[in-house]
Structures are given as C-alpha cells and as structure tokens.
Design a protein around this ligand. Structure first.
Ligand SMILES: [Zn+2]
Length: 142
C-alpha cells in the first residue's frame, strides 16, 4: 500500500502523516499547464489521482461545474475513489496563495492541493499545499 493510500485510509497515521515532498509526473505538469492556458481567463478545476507515491493523472471536474469556479464544485458528489488524493485549480489572477474559499471548500478533500497561476508557463507556476494551506515541497518525476 502506498504512503498516499495509507494517509487517506488513516493507516499508521502518526508515522505516515508527514509527507515531505509531493512527486508529480512531468506529463501531468505539462498537461495541466496547457489546460489552464486553454480555459483562461476561466478557472481550471480538477482532481489529482496518484499511483504509488506520485501524482500521475488529473481528473477533470464534471462538465456541469467546469468553468463556473470553485463555488459550484462539490468533491463529495463524485464517485468515491481511493486513488484521488486532492485537487488542482488555476488562479487566473496570478495569486499563488489559497483563498479562504479554497481552504473551506476543496482543501477539505484529500491532502494535497495545487494552485496553478497565470501565465501558466512552467513548473514555477505550480504551488503545492497541504489541506491546511501550508506549502509543500514538490518535484517532477518522469
Ligand atoms: Zn483558489
């Protein structure tokens, strides 16, 4: 069982709680940067799926809520899936900090959250947080 799954399932919580570094597949980073550019100035919203100890895929929010912003996004309405570890959304404003609304809504789901900031150029435009809004380290893996 991966550390991500253990974390979600509450296994060995005291030992596994602190994940120091989030690994993200390069293809995921490149894909999401392009998606953010394509929907700008609207907000991109998705969920993060992990395999092993790396984020390997982004699941788009349902079409019914896509582009309407976080207020319309309800992760608990999605099918339950242990491999979903958190959320990702863009800030067309360019601010890399989670908003109060972020912290009170989608940050409650899972434990790793990524904010992608305009102009969505590269890895530097990804900002990774834990569910409390504390910055987490990240690294790109192949
Ligand atoms: Zn936000």
């Amino acid at each position: 069982m991966s550390r991500f799954l253990k974390k979600i399932l509450g296994v060995n919580e005291s030992k596994e709680y602190n994940i120091s570094k989030v690994k993200i597949k390069r293809k995921v980073v490149e894909g999401v940067l392009e998606a953010c550019r394509n929907v700008h100035p609207r907000e991109f919203i998705g969920l993060l799926r992990a395999e092993g100890d790396a984020i390997t895929e982004i699941i788009l929010a349902p079409a019914s809520v896509y582009g309407k912003g976080l207020a319309q996004f309800h992760p608990h309405m999605l099918p339950f899936d242990f491999s979903l570890v958190g959320s990702i959304h863009s800030h067309p404003s360019g601010s890399g900090r989670p908003s109060t609304q972020d912290l009170n809504s989608m940050f409650n789901f899972g434990f790793v959250h990524i904010i992608v900031t305009f102009p969505y150029r590269n890895y530097q435009d990804l900002h990774v947080y834990d569910k409390k809004g504390k910055p987490m380290q990240s690294e790109i893996v192949e």
